[in-house]
Design a protein around this ligand. Sequence first.
Ligand code: GLU
Length: 616
Amino acid sequence: MPKHRALSAVIAITTATALATVSAPIALAGPDDPSGRDATRALPPPAGENQYVARGRGGAVSSVDANATRIGVKVLKAGGTATDAAVATAAALGVTEPYSTGIGGGGYFVHYNARSGKVQTIDGRETAPAAFPHDAFIDPETGEPYPFFPDRVTSGVSVGTPGTLATWKAATDRWGKRSLAGNLRPATNLARKGFTVDQTFYDQTEDNAERFAAFTSTSDLYLPGGEPPAVGSRFRNPDLARTYDKIAAEGPKAFYRGAMAREIASAVQDPPTTGESDLPVPPGHMTVKDLNNYDVRSQRPTHLKYHGLDVYGMAPSSSGGTTVGEALNILENFRLGKARTPRSLHAYLEASATAFADRGAYVGDSAFNDVPTDELTSQKFADGRACTIDPDQAAEKPVPAGEIDGDPCATDASPAKPDAEGLSTSHLSVVDKWGNAVAYTLTIEQTGGSGILVPGRGFLLNNELTDFSAEYEADDPNRPQAYARPRSSMSPTIVLDDGELKLLVGSPGGSTIITTVLQVLLNRLDLDMNLPQAVAAPRASQRNTAEVSAEPEFIDAYGAALEKYGHVLVPSGDEFTPDAEIGAVAAIEVRPNGNLVAVAEPTRRGGGTAGVVRPR
Ligand code: GLU
Protein backbone atom coordinates (compact mmCIF):
# COMPACT_ATOMS: atom_id res chain seq x y z
CA MET A 1 0.00 0.00 0.00
CA PRO A 2 1.43 3.43 -0.87
CA LYS A 3 2.39 5.76 1.90
CA HIS A 4 0.87 9.18 2.06
CA ARG A 5 3.50 11.03 3.94
CA ALA A 6 2.74 14.16 1.97
CA LEU A 7 -0.58 14.38 3.73
CA SER A 8 1.02 14.73 7.11
CA ALA A 9 3.69 17.09 5.86
CA VAL A 10 1.53 20.05 6.59
CA ILE A 11 2.46 22.82 8.97
CA ALA A 12 3.03 21.49 12.44
CA ILE A 13 1.46 23.43 15.24
CA THR A 14 2.04 23.04 18.93
CA THR A 15 -0.99 21.87 20.82
CA ALA A 16 -2.12 23.08 24.20
CA THR A 17 -0.91 19.87 25.78
CA ALA A 18 2.63 20.74 24.64
CA LEU A 19 3.33 17.03 24.67
CA ALA A 20 2.42 16.24 21.13
CA THR A 21 2.86 18.07 17.90
CA VAL A 22 -0.03 17.48 15.61
CA SER A 23 -0.23 18.26 11.96
CA ALA A 24 -2.75 20.83 10.83
CA PRO A 25 -5.95 18.92 10.16
CA ILE A 26 -6.77 18.02 6.62
CA ALA A 27 -9.91 19.92 5.63
CA LEU A 28 -12.46 17.54 4.22
CA ALA A 29 -15.31 19.79 3.26
CA GLY A 30 -15.23 21.87 0.14
CA PRO A 31 -16.92 22.73 -3.14
CA ASP A 32 -15.66 19.46 -4.66
CA ASP A 33 -17.42 17.57 -1.95
CA PRO A 34 -21.02 16.83 -2.85
CA SER A 35 -22.59 15.83 0.43
CA GLY A 36 -24.77 12.78 0.65
CA ARG A 37 -28.37 13.28 1.58
CA ASP A 38 -28.55 13.99 5.30
CA ALA A 39 -29.59 10.69 6.77
CA THR A 40 -30.17 11.81 10.33
CA ARG A 41 -33.06 9.62 11.32
CA ALA A 42 -36.46 11.17 11.55
CA LEU A 43 -37.07 10.85 15.26
CA PRO A 44 -40.41 9.35 16.21
CA PRO A 45 -42.15 11.11 19.10
CA PRO A 46 -41.42 9.52 22.48
CA ALA A 47 -44.44 7.46 23.42
CA GLY A 48 -45.68 5.54 26.45
CA GLU A 49 -43.16 3.73 28.57
CA ASN A 50 -40.53 3.61 25.86
CA GLN A 51 -39.50 7.17 26.37
CA TYR A 52 -36.17 7.31 24.64
CA VAL A 53 -35.30 10.91 25.51
CA ALA A 54 -35.65 12.35 29.01
CA ARG A 55 -34.55 15.80 30.09
CA GLY A 56 -34.32 17.14 33.62
CA ARG A 57 -32.25 17.24 36.77
CA GLY A 58 -31.47 15.29 39.91
CA GLY A 59 -30.06 12.22 38.16
CA ALA A 60 -30.69 10.17 35.02
CA VAL A 61 -30.64 6.62 33.73
CA SER A 62 -30.57 5.25 30.20
CA SER A 63 -30.88 1.58 29.31
CA VAL A 64 -32.49 -0.67 26.71
CA ASP A 65 -35.38 -1.56 28.98
CA ALA A 66 -38.27 0.36 30.56
CA ASN A 67 -38.37 -1.70 33.78
CA ALA A 68 -34.63 -1.48 34.28
CA THR A 69 -34.55 2.28 33.75
CA ARG A 70 -37.54 2.77 36.05
CA ILE A 71 -35.78 0.79 38.78
CA GLY A 72 -32.59 2.80 38.32
CA VAL A 73 -34.45 6.10 38.61
CA LYS A 74 -36.25 4.82 41.71
CA VAL A 75 -32.95 3.99 43.37
CA LEU A 76 -31.65 7.48 42.54
CA LYS A 77 -34.81 9.01 44.02
CA ALA A 78 -34.28 6.97 47.17
CA GLY A 79 -30.87 8.59 47.64
CA GLY A 80 -28.75 5.98 45.90
CA THR A 81 -25.59 6.92 44.06
CA ALA A 82 -24.99 6.40 40.35
CA THR A 83 -23.32 3.12 41.32
CA ASP A 84 -26.30 1.94 43.37
CA ALA A 85 -28.62 2.76 40.48
CA ALA A 86 -26.30 1.13 37.95
CA VAL A 87 -26.19 -2.10 39.95
CA ALA A 88 -29.97 -2.08 40.45
CA THR A 89 -30.52 -1.38 36.74
CA ALA A 90 -28.08 -4.12 35.73
CA ALA A 91 -29.75 -6.60 38.10
CA ALA A 92 -33.09 -5.74 36.50
CA LEU A 93 -31.60 -6.25 33.02
CA GLY A 94 -30.62 -9.72 34.26
CA VAL A 95 -34.37 -10.32 34.58
CA THR A 96 -35.76 -8.61 31.47
CA GLU A 97 -32.73 -8.93 29.15
CA PRO A 98 -31.51 -12.34 30.28
CA TYR A 99 -30.15 -13.27 26.85
CA SER A 100 -27.76 -10.31 26.89
CA THR A 101 -26.74 -9.87 30.52
CA GLY A 102 -26.86 -11.46 33.92
CA ILE A 103 -24.77 -12.88 36.72
CA GLY A 104 -23.63 -15.67 34.40
CA GLY A 105 -21.55 -13.13 32.44
CA GLY A 106 -19.08 -10.27 32.78
CA GLY A 107 -18.53 -6.63 31.92
CA TYR A 108 -16.72 -3.34 32.44
CA PHE A 109 -17.81 -0.65 34.90
CA VAL A 110 -16.43 2.87 34.39
CA HIS A 111 -17.03 5.35 37.21
CA TYR A 112 -16.64 9.11 37.45
CA ASN A 113 -16.33 10.55 40.93
CA ALA A 114 -17.63 14.12 40.92
CA ARG A 115 -15.83 15.03 44.13
CA SER A 116 -12.34 13.87 43.15
CA GLY A 117 -12.78 14.32 39.40
CA LYS A 118 -11.32 10.83 38.96
CA VAL A 119 -12.42 8.19 36.48
CA GLN A 120 -11.83 4.62 37.66
CA THR A 121 -12.82 1.25 36.31
CA ILE A 122 -13.68 -2.26 37.37
CA ASP A 123 -12.75 -5.03 34.95
CA GLY A 124 -15.27 -7.81 35.61
CA ARG A 125 -14.47 -9.71 32.45
CA GLU A 126 -14.93 -13.48 32.44
CA THR A 127 -11.75 -15.49 32.85
CA ALA A 128 -10.62 -18.72 31.20
CA PRO A 129 -10.58 -21.62 33.67
CA ALA A 130 -7.28 -23.00 34.95
CA ALA A 131 -7.72 -26.16 32.91
CA PHE A 132 -8.58 -24.34 29.66
CA PRO A 133 -6.18 -25.79 27.07
CA HIS A 134 -4.58 -23.85 24.21
CA ASP A 135 -6.33 -26.10 21.72
CA ALA A 136 -9.75 -25.87 23.37
CA PHE A 137 -11.36 -24.92 20.06
CA ILE A 138 -9.39 -27.29 17.78
CA ASP A 139 -10.96 -30.45 16.44
CA PRO A 140 -8.34 -33.22 17.00
CA GLU A 141 -9.64 -35.09 13.98
CA THR A 142 -8.93 -32.29 11.53
CA GLY A 143 -6.48 -30.07 13.40
CA GLU A 144 -8.77 -27.19 12.41
CA PRO A 145 -10.99 -25.04 14.67
CA TYR A 146 -14.45 -26.38 15.32
CA PRO A 147 -17.07 -24.35 13.45
CA PHE A 148 -18.15 -21.23 15.31
CA PHE A 149 -21.80 -22.26 14.93
CA PRO A 150 -22.89 -24.44 16.56
CA ASP A 151 -19.87 -26.09 18.17
CA ARG A 152 -18.10 -23.19 19.83
CA VAL A 153 -21.19 -21.15 20.62
CA THR A 154 -23.43 -23.70 22.32
CA SER A 155 -20.79 -25.24 24.47
CA GLY A 156 -19.44 -25.71 27.96
CA VAL A 157 -15.94 -25.05 26.61
CA SER A 158 -16.77 -21.40 25.89
CA VAL A 159 -18.01 -20.58 29.38
CA GLY A 160 -15.67 -18.21 31.22
CA THR A 161 -15.72 -17.75 34.99
CA PRO A 162 -18.36 -15.04 35.48
CA GLY A 163 -17.43 -11.61 36.83
CA THR A 164 -20.69 -9.68 36.96
CA LEU A 165 -21.67 -10.31 40.54
CA ALA A 166 -18.12 -9.61 41.75
CA THR A 167 -18.32 -6.32 39.81
CA TRP A 168 -21.57 -5.33 41.53
CA LYS A 169 -20.08 -6.08 44.92
CA ALA A 170 -16.82 -4.21 44.26
CA ALA A 171 -18.65 -1.20 42.81
CA THR A 172 -21.19 -1.05 45.65
CA ASP A 173 -18.42 -1.27 48.27
CA ARG A 174 -16.41 1.50 46.60
CA TRP A 175 -19.01 3.96 45.45
CA GLY A 176 -22.40 2.92 46.81
CA LYS A 177 -24.44 4.31 49.69
CA ARG A 178 -26.75 1.30 49.80
CA SER A 179 -26.00 -2.37 50.35
CA LEU A 180 -25.72 -4.88 47.53
CA ALA A 181 -28.81 -6.54 49.01
CA GLY A 182 -30.74 -3.27 48.77
CA ASN A 183 -29.64 -2.78 45.18
CA LEU A 184 -30.77 -6.30 44.25
CA ARG A 185 -34.22 -6.04 45.86
CA PRO A 186 -36.16 -4.25 43.07
CA ALA A 187 -34.88 -6.73 40.46
CA THR A 188 -35.77 -9.63 42.77
CA ASN A 189 -39.34 -8.35 42.96
CA LEU A 190 -39.40 -7.95 39.19
CA ALA A 191 -38.22 -11.53 38.66
CA ARG A 192 -40.88 -12.75 41.07
CA LYS A 193 -43.80 -10.65 39.81
CA GLY A 194 -42.77 -10.89 36.18
CA PHE A 195 -42.70 -8.54 33.23
CA THR A 196 -44.66 -8.30 30.02
CA VAL A 197 -43.08 -10.13 27.11
CA ASP A 198 -42.40 -7.78 24.21
CA GLN A 199 -41.62 -8.52 20.59
CA THR A 200 -37.84 -8.27 21.12
CA PHE A 201 -37.88 -10.84 23.92
CA TYR A 202 -40.12 -13.11 21.86
CA ASP A 203 -37.90 -12.81 18.76
CA GLN A 204 -34.71 -13.46 20.72
CA THR A 205 -36.27 -16.55 22.31
CA GLU A 206 -37.47 -17.81 18.96
CA ASP A 207 -34.09 -17.20 17.31
CA ASN A 208 -32.51 -19.31 20.05
CA ALA A 209 -35.23 -21.93 20.31
CA GLU A 210 -33.13 -24.73 18.80
CA ARG A 211 -30.26 -24.06 21.21
CA PHE A 212 -32.50 -23.62 24.22
CA ALA A 213 -34.37 -26.84 23.37
CA ALA A 214 -31.07 -28.72 23.74
CA PHE A 215 -31.06 -28.12 27.52
CA THR A 216 -33.63 -29.29 30.05
CA SER A 217 -33.15 -26.29 32.30
CA THR A 218 -33.20 -23.67 29.53
CA SER A 219 -36.20 -25.11 27.71
CA ASP A 220 -38.18 -25.44 30.95
CA LEU A 221 -37.81 -21.72 31.59
CA TYR A 222 -37.77 -20.13 28.15
CA LEU A 223 -39.77 -22.57 26.02
CA PRO A 224 -42.75 -23.41 28.24
CA GLY A 225 -44.86 -25.95 26.33
CA GLY A 226 -42.13 -26.02 23.68
CA GLU A 227 -42.79 -22.46 22.48
CA PRO A 228 -41.40 -19.02 23.30
CA PRO A 229 -43.60 -17.10 25.76
CA ALA A 230 -46.25 -15.14 23.85
CA VAL A 231 -45.96 -11.41 23.31
CA GLY A 232 -48.06 -9.69 25.97
CA SER A 233 -47.87 -12.60 28.44
CA ARG A 234 -46.30 -12.21 31.87
CA PHE A 235 -42.92 -13.85 32.28
CA ARG A 236 -41.72 -14.78 35.74
CA ASN A 237 -38.39 -16.20 36.83
CA PRO A 238 -38.86 -17.36 40.46
CA ASP A 239 -35.59 -19.31 40.43
CA LEU A 240 -33.68 -16.13 39.64
CA ALA A 241 -35.62 -14.31 42.39
CA ARG A 242 -34.46 -16.98 44.86
CA THR A 243 -30.89 -16.72 43.54
CA TYR A 244 -30.90 -12.94 44.07
CA ASP A 245 -32.43 -13.45 47.54
CA LYS A 246 -29.68 -15.89 48.48
CA ILE A 247 -26.98 -13.51 47.24
CA ALA A 248 -28.64 -10.65 49.12
CA ALA A 249 -28.58 -12.70 52.33
CA GLU A 250 -25.13 -14.23 52.02
CA GLY A 251 -23.18 -11.95 49.67
CA PRO A 252 -21.28 -13.03 46.55
CA LYS A 253 -19.93 -16.10 48.31
CA ALA A 254 -23.39 -17.59 47.76
CA PHE A 255 -22.42 -17.66 44.08
CA TYR A 256 -18.65 -18.12 44.04
CA ARG A 257 -18.57 -20.80 46.75
CA GLY A 258 -20.69 -23.62 48.11
CA ALA A 259 -23.69 -25.25 46.48
CA MET A 260 -24.27 -22.72 43.73
CA ALA A 261 -20.61 -22.79 42.65
CA ARG A 262 -20.80 -26.58 42.48
CA GLU A 263 -23.95 -26.40 40.38
CA ILE A 264 -22.39 -23.84 38.00
CA ALA A 265 -19.27 -25.96 37.54
CA SER A 266 -21.38 -29.04 37.02
CA ALA A 267 -23.55 -27.30 34.39
CA VAL A 268 -20.34 -26.41 32.52
CA GLN A 269 -18.65 -29.80 32.84
CA ASP A 270 -21.78 -31.82 32.28
CA PRO A 271 -24.28 -29.59 30.47
CA PRO A 272 -27.91 -30.47 31.27
CA THR A 273 -28.77 -31.63 27.75
CA THR A 274 -32.07 -33.25 26.87
CA GLY A 275 -30.35 -35.94 24.81
CA GLU A 276 -32.69 -35.16 21.94
CA SER A 277 -30.71 -32.46 20.18
CA ASP A 278 -28.25 -32.74 17.32
CA LEU A 279 -26.12 -29.96 18.78
CA PRO A 280 -22.77 -31.33 19.93
CA VAL A 281 -22.54 -29.33 23.25
CA PRO A 282 -19.00 -30.26 24.31
CA PRO A 283 -18.34 -30.24 28.07
CA GLY A 284 -16.24 -27.39 29.49
CA HIS A 285 -13.39 -26.94 31.93
CA MET A 286 -14.59 -24.66 34.71
CA THR A 287 -14.25 -25.95 38.26
CA VAL A 288 -15.43 -24.78 41.66
CA LYS A 289 -11.89 -23.58 42.27
CA ASP A 290 -12.08 -21.26 39.27
CA LEU A 291 -15.17 -19.69 40.83
CA ASN A 292 -13.52 -19.49 44.28
CA ASN A 293 -10.55 -17.69 42.74
CA TYR A 294 -12.39 -15.17 40.56
CA ASP A 295 -11.64 -11.53 41.26
CA VAL A 296 -12.26 -8.26 39.46
CA ARG A 297 -9.35 -6.07 38.42
CA SER A 298 -9.03 -2.36 38.99
CA GLN A 299 -7.62 -0.90 35.84
CA ARG A 300 -6.47 2.58 35.00
CA PRO A 301 -8.88 3.85 32.33
CA THR A 302 -7.59 4.76 28.90
CA HIS A 303 -7.35 8.51 28.42
CA LEU A 304 -6.83 10.89 25.54
CA LYS A 305 -7.78 14.38 24.52
CA TYR A 306 -10.21 14.96 21.68
CA HIS A 307 -10.87 18.56 20.71
CA GLY A 308 -9.62 19.48 24.16
CA LEU A 309 -12.07 17.16 25.95
CA ASP A 310 -10.92 14.28 28.14
CA VAL A 311 -12.12 10.94 26.81
CA TYR A 312 -11.89 8.00 29.23
CA GLY A 313 -12.49 4.39 28.22
CA MET A 314 -11.91 0.81 29.23
CA ALA A 315 -8.37 -0.51 29.22
CA PRO A 316 -7.36 -3.99 28.00
CA SER A 317 -8.63 -6.74 28.30
CA SER A 318 -11.13 -4.58 26.43
CA SER A 319 -9.98 -3.12 23.16
CA GLY A 320 -12.70 -0.47 23.45
CA GLY A 321 -10.70 2.32 25.03
CA THR A 322 -7.60 1.97 22.85
CA THR A 323 -9.45 1.53 19.57
CA VAL A 324 -12.03 4.29 20.04
CA GLY A 325 -9.18 6.45 21.35
CA GLU A 326 -6.78 5.78 18.50
CA ALA A 327 -9.47 6.46 15.89
CA LEU A 328 -10.34 9.76 17.57
CA ASN A 329 -6.68 10.74 17.69
CA ILE A 330 -6.28 9.88 14.00
CA LEU A 331 -9.34 12.00 13.20
CA GLU A 332 -7.75 14.99 14.94
CA ASN A 333 -5.75 15.11 11.70
CA PHE A 334 -8.86 15.67 9.60
CA ARG A 335 -11.28 18.55 9.76
CA LEU A 336 -14.60 16.75 9.67
CA GLY A 337 -16.83 19.79 9.31
CA LYS A 338 -20.31 20.12 10.76
CA ALA A 339 -22.23 17.86 8.39
CA ARG A 340 -21.87 14.21 7.53
CA THR A 341 -20.28 14.27 4.08
CA PRO A 342 -18.86 11.41 2.05
CA ARG A 343 -15.37 12.80 2.63
CA SER A 344 -15.77 13.01 6.38
CA LEU A 345 -17.35 9.54 6.46
CA HIS A 346 -14.46 8.25 4.37
CA ALA A 347 -12.04 9.62 6.97
CA TYR A 348 -14.06 7.99 9.75
CA LEU A 349 -14.06 4.60 7.95
CA GLU A 350 -10.33 4.69 7.25
CA ALA A 351 -9.47 5.82 10.78
CA SER A 352 -11.55 2.98 12.13
CA ALA A 353 -9.90 0.37 9.87
CA THR A 354 -6.48 1.64 10.90
CA ALA A 355 -7.29 1.51 14.62
CA PHE A 356 -8.69 -2.01 14.17
CA ALA A 357 -5.43 -3.13 12.54
CA ASP A 358 -3.55 -2.04 15.66
CA ARG A 359 -6.17 -3.56 17.91
CA GLY A 360 -5.64 -6.93 16.23
CA ALA A 361 -1.88 -6.75 16.45
CA TYR A 362 -1.44 -5.44 19.99
CA VAL A 363 -4.51 -5.76 22.20
CA GLY A 364 -5.32 -8.68 24.46
CA ASP A 365 -5.37 -9.34 28.18
CA SER A 366 -2.71 -7.04 29.63
CA ALA A 367 -1.96 -9.58 32.37
CA PHE A 368 -0.56 -11.86 29.66
CA ASN A 369 0.70 -9.37 27.07
CA ASP A 370 2.72 -6.24 27.07
CA VAL A 371 -0.12 -4.18 25.61
CA PRO A 372 1.18 -0.75 24.51
CA THR A 373 -1.90 1.04 25.82
CA ASP A 374 -0.22 4.41 26.29
CA GLU A 375 1.26 4.36 22.79
CA LEU A 376 -1.99 3.25 21.18
CA THR A 377 -3.80 6.17 22.78
CA SER A 378 -1.05 8.72 22.16
CA GLN A 379 -1.53 11.57 19.71
CA LYS A 380 1.97 11.00 18.36
CA PHE A 381 1.27 7.42 17.32
CA ALA A 382 -2.07 8.38 15.77
CA ASP A 383 -0.48 11.22 13.81
CA GLY A 384 1.88 8.70 12.29
CA ARG A 385 -0.98 6.36 11.50
CA ALA A 386 -2.97 9.20 9.92
CA CYS A 387 -0.27 9.52 7.31
CA THR A 388 -1.24 6.13 5.90
CA ILE A 389 -4.74 7.41 5.08
CA ASP A 390 -5.45 8.80 1.63
CA PRO A 391 -8.26 11.37 1.90
CA ASP A 392 -9.40 10.47 -1.61
CA GLN A 393 -9.15 6.72 -1.74
CA ALA A 394 -9.98 3.79 0.52
CA ALA A 395 -6.98 1.58 1.25
CA GLU A 396 -7.07 -2.09 0.40
CA LYS A 397 -8.20 -4.05 3.45
CA PRO A 398 -7.03 -5.40 5.72
CA VAL A 399 -4.59 -2.56 6.32
CA PRO A 400 -1.47 -3.58 8.26
CA ALA A 401 -0.80 -2.57 11.84
CA GLY A 402 1.61 0.25 12.64
CA GLU A 403 4.92 -0.20 14.39
CA ILE A 404 4.81 0.90 17.98
CA ASP A 405 8.48 1.57 18.51
CA GLY A 406 9.37 2.26 14.92
CA ASP A 407 7.83 4.30 12.18
CA PRO A 408 4.04 4.15 12.54
CA CYS A 409 3.79 5.06 8.85
CA ALA A 410 5.50 1.75 8.05
CA THR A 411 3.20 -0.73 6.43
CA ASP A 412 5.05 -4.00 6.64
CA ALA A 413 3.65 -5.43 9.87
CA SER A 414 1.55 -8.56 9.51
CA PRO A 415 -2.10 -8.09 8.61
CA ALA A 416 -4.73 -8.24 11.30
CA LYS A 417 -6.78 -11.35 11.92
CA PRO A 418 -10.53 -11.31 11.49
CA ASP A 419 -12.50 -11.69 14.70
CA ALA A 420 -15.85 -13.22 15.45
CA GLU A 421 -17.87 -11.72 18.25
CA GLY A 422 -21.47 -11.87 19.28
CA LEU A 423 -24.03 -9.17 18.81
CA SER A 424 -25.70 -9.20 22.18
CA THR A 425 -24.81 -7.41 25.44
CA SER A 426 -26.31 -4.34 27.08
CA HIS A 427 -25.08 -0.91 28.06
CA LEU A 428 -26.45 1.43 30.72
CA SER A 429 -25.50 4.96 31.66
CA VAL A 430 -26.30 6.66 34.98
CA VAL A 431 -25.71 10.09 36.53
CA ASP A 432 -26.69 10.91 40.12
CA LYS A 433 -27.59 14.18 41.83
CA TRP A 434 -24.02 14.66 43.03
CA GLY A 435 -22.76 14.43 39.45
CA ASN A 436 -21.16 10.99 39.81
CA ALA A 437 -21.57 8.85 36.72
CA VAL A 438 -21.39 5.24 35.62
CA ALA A 439 -20.98 3.87 32.10
CA TYR A 440 -21.41 0.11 32.39
CA THR A 441 -21.44 -2.47 29.59
CA LEU A 442 -22.19 -6.06 30.53
CA THR A 443 -22.72 -9.21 28.54
CA ILE A 444 -23.08 -12.95 28.35
CA GLU A 445 -21.59 -12.63 24.81
CA GLN A 446 -23.93 -14.26 22.22
CA THR A 447 -27.64 -13.55 22.51
CA GLY A 448 -28.53 -16.39 24.85
CA GLY A 449 -24.89 -16.93 25.89
CA SER A 450 -23.87 -20.57 25.85
CA GLY A 451 -27.55 -21.53 25.99
CA ILE A 452 -26.85 -23.33 29.28
CA LEU A 453 -29.11 -22.24 32.14
CA VAL A 454 -27.88 -23.30 35.59
CA PRO A 455 -30.61 -25.72 36.73
CA GLY A 456 -32.79 -24.30 39.49
CA ARG A 457 -30.92 -20.95 39.53
CA GLY A 458 -32.62 -19.06 36.71
CA PHE A 459 -29.61 -17.57 34.88
CA LEU A 460 -27.75 -18.38 31.68
CA LEU A 461 -24.02 -18.94 31.45
CA ASN A 462 -21.92 -16.90 29.06
CA ASN A 463 -19.96 -18.13 26.05
CA GLU A 464 -17.41 -15.32 26.33
CA LEU A 465 -14.38 -17.50 25.58
CA THR A 466 -15.48 -17.50 21.93
CA ASP A 467 -13.95 -14.00 21.93
CA PHE A 468 -10.49 -15.58 22.02
CA SER A 469 -8.88 -16.38 18.68
CA ALA A 470 -9.77 -19.98 17.86
CA GLU A 471 -6.17 -21.02 17.25
CA TYR A 472 -3.20 -20.60 19.55
CA GLU A 473 -0.33 -18.58 18.14
CA ALA A 474 2.29 -17.42 20.58
CA ASP A 475 2.45 -13.87 19.19
CA ASP A 476 -1.32 -13.36 19.09
CA PRO A 477 -2.32 -11.14 22.04
CA ASN A 478 -5.75 -12.78 22.04
CA ARG A 479 -4.56 -16.39 22.03
CA PRO A 480 -6.66 -18.84 24.06
CA GLN A 481 -4.98 -19.28 27.40
CA ALA A 482 -5.83 -20.50 30.90
CA TYR A 483 -6.53 -17.68 33.41
CA ALA A 484 -6.65 -15.06 30.63
CA ARG A 485 -9.55 -12.74 29.77
CA PRO A 486 -10.60 -12.80 26.12
CA ARG A 487 -10.28 -9.51 24.27
CA SER A 488 -13.48 -7.50 24.38
CA SER A 489 -14.80 -4.61 22.33
CA MET A 490 -17.00 -3.20 25.06
CA SER A 491 -16.48 0.55 25.18
CA PRO A 492 -18.11 2.24 28.15
CA THR A 493 -16.92 5.81 27.65
CA ILE A 494 -16.95 8.95 29.80
CA VAL A 495 -16.13 12.40 28.42
CA LEU A 496 -15.16 15.30 30.68
CA ASP A 497 -14.86 18.95 29.81
CA ASP A 498 -12.37 20.73 32.01
CA GLY A 499 -12.92 18.17 34.74
CA GLU A 500 -16.72 18.39 34.55
CA LEU A 501 -18.87 15.51 33.36
CA LYS A 502 -20.07 16.06 29.79
CA LEU A 503 -21.10 12.80 28.14
CA LEU A 504 -21.30 9.09 28.79
CA VAL A 505 -22.03 6.48 26.18
CA GLY A 506 -21.78 2.79 25.35
CA SER A 507 -23.44 0.08 23.30
CA PRO A 508 -23.68 -3.65 22.64
CA GLY A 509 -22.80 -5.16 19.28
CA GLY A 510 -19.58 -7.21 19.44
CA SER A 511 -16.77 -5.44 17.65
CA THR A 512 -19.28 -2.98 16.14
CA ILE A 513 -19.49 -1.52 19.67
CA ILE A 514 -16.30 0.37 18.93
CA THR A 515 -17.59 1.92 15.72
CA THR A 516 -20.98 2.70 17.26
CA VAL A 517 -19.45 4.54 20.19
CA LEU A 518 -17.06 6.31 17.85
CA GLN A 519 -19.92 7.47 15.61
CA VAL A 520 -22.00 8.77 18.50
CA LEU A 521 -18.99 10.73 19.75
CA LEU A 522 -18.25 12.15 16.29
CA ASN A 523 -21.92 12.92 15.62
CA ARG A 524 -22.19 14.80 18.88
CA LEU A 525 -18.76 16.38 19.26
CA ASP A 526 -17.99 17.25 15.63
CA LEU A 527 -21.18 17.29 13.64
CA ASP A 528 -24.22 19.41 14.04
CA MET A 529 -26.33 16.86 15.88
CA ASN A 530 -27.86 16.92 19.31
CA LEU A 531 -27.57 13.76 21.40
CA PRO A 532 -30.89 12.17 20.32
CA GLN A 533 -29.92 12.70 16.67
CA ALA A 534 -26.39 11.46 17.30
CA VAL A 535 -27.79 8.23 18.72
CA ALA A 536 -30.48 7.76 16.08
CA ALA A 537 -28.31 8.47 13.01
CA PRO A 538 -27.74 5.43 10.77
CA ARG A 539 -24.49 3.55 11.35
CA ALA A 540 -21.73 1.92 9.36
CA SER A 541 -18.88 -0.20 10.66
CA GLN A 542 -15.44 -0.64 9.09
CA ARG A 543 -13.36 -3.08 11.11
CA ASN A 544 -10.47 -3.55 8.73
CA THR A 545 -12.31 -5.84 6.39
CA ALA A 546 -12.88 -5.67 2.63
CA GLU A 547 -16.51 -4.69 3.17
CA VAL A 548 -18.11 -2.03 5.32
CA SER A 549 -21.25 -3.29 7.03
CA ALA A 550 -23.88 -0.58 7.17
CA GLU A 551 -27.49 -0.09 8.11
CA PRO A 552 -29.74 0.13 5.04
CA GLU A 553 -30.53 3.81 5.68
CA PHE A 554 -26.82 4.55 5.73
CA ILE A 555 -26.32 2.78 2.41
CA ASP A 556 -29.28 4.62 0.88
CA ALA A 557 -27.85 7.95 1.91
CA TYR A 558 -24.12 7.54 1.36
CA GLY A 559 -23.49 4.22 -0.40
CA ALA A 560 -23.08 5.56 -3.93
CA ALA A 561 -20.90 8.48 -2.82
CA LEU A 562 -18.66 6.26 -0.68
CA GLU A 563 -18.26 3.70 -3.45
CA LYS A 564 -16.47 6.42 -5.41
CA TYR A 565 -13.81 6.35 -2.70
CA GLY A 566 -13.51 2.59 -3.12
CA HIS A 567 -15.62 1.50 -0.13
CA VAL A 568 -17.76 -1.58 -0.56
CA LEU A 569 -20.88 -1.26 1.59
CA VAL A 570 -22.98 -4.28 2.46
CA PRO A 571 -26.13 -4.35 4.60
CA SER A 572 -25.43 -5.22 8.22
CA GLY A 573 -27.20 -8.13 9.79
CA ASP A 574 -27.07 -11.85 9.26
CA GLU A 575 -29.24 -14.79 10.10
CA PHE A 576 -28.98 -13.83 13.78
CA THR A 577 -29.64 -10.12 13.32
CA PRO A 578 -31.86 -10.02 10.27
CA ASP A 579 -33.14 -6.55 11.05
CA ALA A 580 -29.66 -5.20 10.27
CA GLU A 581 -29.41 -2.93 13.28
CA ILE A 582 -26.00 -1.97 14.57
CA GLY A 583 -25.82 -1.40 18.32
CA ALA A 584 -28.20 -0.20 21.03
CA VAL A 585 -26.81 2.95 22.62
CA ALA A 586 -27.59 4.32 26.07
CA ALA A 587 -26.10 7.78 26.64
CA ILE A 588 -26.40 10.81 28.91
CA GLU A 589 -25.20 14.36 28.37
CA VAL A 590 -24.78 17.04 30.99
CA ARG A 591 -25.61 20.40 29.48
CA PRO A 592 -23.57 23.45 30.50
CA ASN A 593 -26.49 24.65 32.66
CA GLY A 594 -26.51 21.34 34.54
CA ASN A 595 -29.57 19.91 32.80
CA LEU A 596 -29.34 16.23 31.97
CA VAL A 597 -30.31 14.75 28.62
CA ALA A 598 -30.69 10.98 28.83
CA VAL A 599 -31.02 9.20 25.51
CA ALA A 600 -31.77 5.62 24.51
CA GLU A 601 -32.49 4.14 21.10
CA PRO A 602 -35.72 5.30 19.45
CA THR A 603 -36.17 2.08 17.46
CA ARG A 604 -33.16 -0.28 17.52
CA ARG A 605 -33.82 -3.38 19.63
CA GLY A 606 -37.39 -2.25 20.00
CA GLY A 607 -36.38 1.11 21.50
CA GLY A 608 -34.77 1.79 24.86
CA THR A 609 -35.85 3.94 27.78
CA ALA A 610 -34.36 7.07 29.30
CA GLY A 611 -35.44 8.48 32.64
CA VAL A 612 -34.62 11.43 34.91
CA VAL A 613 -35.33 12.07 38.57
CA ARG A 614 -36.96 15.46 38.03
CA PRO A 615 -38.27 15.80 34.48
CA ARG A 616 -38.08 19.24 33.02
N1 GLU B 1 -18.35 -10.44 23.67
C1 GLU B 1 -18.35 -9.14 23.14
C2 GLU B 1 -17.26 -8.30 23.76
O1 GLU B 1 -16.91 -8.51 24.85
C3 GLU B 1 -19.61 -8.44 23.37
C4 GLU B 1 -20.70 -9.19 22.74
C5 GLU B 1 -21.74 -8.34 22.24
O2 GLU B 1 -21.76 -7.15 22.31
O3 GLU B 1 -22.63 -8.96 21.73
O4 GLU B 1 -16.78 -7.42 23.16
